[in-house]
Design a protein around this ligand. Structure first.
Ligand SMILES: Nc1ccn([C@@H]2O[C@H](COP(=O)(O)OP(=O)(O)OC[C@H](O)CO)[C@@H](O)[C@H]2O)c(=O)n1
Length: 333
């Protein structure tokens, strides 16, 4: 249990800093089950994956913070247990000896409304939005996006974001079950109710943050529950307007890596502008006794993810001259 997946730091340099990563814990006190497509899910075991991750991060004594990529509690959690389940998982994260940065996923929103969820996750918020940034060192900035800014889940039914999302789904997905991609072609298969979009104000905010980071000569890592590149993810898991978000990101040269969750099998790609996209493998899908978590060493020229068990290790060297050809690799390194 807990074997790290190679990729020795042949680099010879000390990282500027390191941080822990985990995604899609989707804990619930219910028997093991399967996804809609039949993939086994271990709802009770996933919190043990998290416990072992926290223990390991603390033992390693080098991580400045942890990022959780969303979906801490599963939608099948009985609703009278949602609050307790969320609090239990948050408590496990709080055993980490340092700050934990959370982002929201669809399963979080099946359990609790934003009003209740965001304070529990200590997500800085204006008008219920869950996007923010932080800078752990002068050279780097982290941007956390709210992938359910425009969404049919998590907002009160009469909220403008919910109304906009339902109108959008009605237009883009003809199925009665808006979680079904039946009949949708190619990249249109992302127009599902369990996904969402980044709204106009958030796009403007992202633009302003990237402009500021460029002025400060900072490199940027973007975190979003929903993947932002079709090369790293199933079409069904992408952010509705991933293309718009990437349009903003590609205006600048500062974003080096985008990290995501949601697509449980994980993936890695390098897009047409040399930006790495790494989708993290889910803790939920670890059979008892196995793990999926990791840590990332940050250098001035790369991010090195060291994964445990089912989380693959990935060496993400930054493009320094922007002359990349499209090089998309499905699955992991
Ligand atoms: N064809 C489908 C797929 C799913 N559903 C229902 O939608 C809800 C969310 O699905 P779930 O697989 O649990 O979502 P995750 O966030 O865990 O995973 C995302 C995917 O892996 C992205 O590829 C759930 O209630 C499903 O039953 C559906 O009705 N029809």
């Amino acid at each position: 249990m807990g074997s790290a997946n190679g990729l020795a730091s042949a680099h010879g340099k000390q990282p500027l800093f390191s941080f822990g990563v985990i995604s899609d814990v989707q804990y619930a006190d219910i028997p093991d089950g399967r996804s809609f497509l039949g993939v086994p899910r271990y709802y009770r075991h996933s919190i043990f994956v998290l416990k072992r991750a926290v223990q390991k991060w603390n033992d390693q004594k080098k991580h400045e913070f942890v990022i959780n990529f969303g979906d801490i509690v599963d939608g099948f959690c009985p609703k009278d247990q949602s609050l307790n389940a969320v609090m239990n998982v948050v408590e496990e994260f709080e055993n980490f000896n340092g700050p934990v940065y959370h982002m929201i996923g669809n399963h979080c929103l099946y359990n609790l409304p934003r009003k209740q969820l965001l304070p529990l996750l200590k997500i800085p918020s204006i008008n219920g939005r869950a996007y923010y940034d932080f800078s752990p060192s002068p050279e780097f900035r982290f941007v956390v996006l709210d992938a359910y800014d425009i969404s049919a889940i998590g907002w009160p039914q009469d909220h403008p974001s919910a109304i906009e999302a339902l109108r959008f789904l009605q237009e883009k997905n003809p199925n009665a079950d808006k979680n079904s991609p039946a009949g949708l072609e190619g990249l249109e298969r992302r127009f599902l109710m369990f996904n969402g979009a980044v709204g106009k104000q958030q796009l403007e905010w992202l633009d302003s943050i990237l402009q500021e980071a460029t002025e400060l000569k900072q490199k940027v890592v973007v975190g979003c529950h929903l993947p932002l590149d079709p090369g790293a993810s199933s079409k069904e898991a992408l952010l509705w307007n991933y293309d718009k978000v990437m349009g903003v990101i590609h205006r600048y040269n500062c974003v080096k890596v985008c990290l995501a969750g949601h697509d449980h099998k994980g993936g890695h790609s390098i897009d047409s502008r040399g930006v790495h996209h790494r989708v993290l493998e889910a803790a939920l899908e670890c059979p008892p006794g196995t793990d999926a978590y990791g840590y990332i060493d940050v250098y001035d020229d790369k991010l090195l993810l060291t994964g445990t068990d089912r989380m693959a290790s990935t060496d993400m060297q930054f493009n320094l001259n922007q002359t990349f050809e499209k090089n998309s690799i499905k699955g992991c390194d």
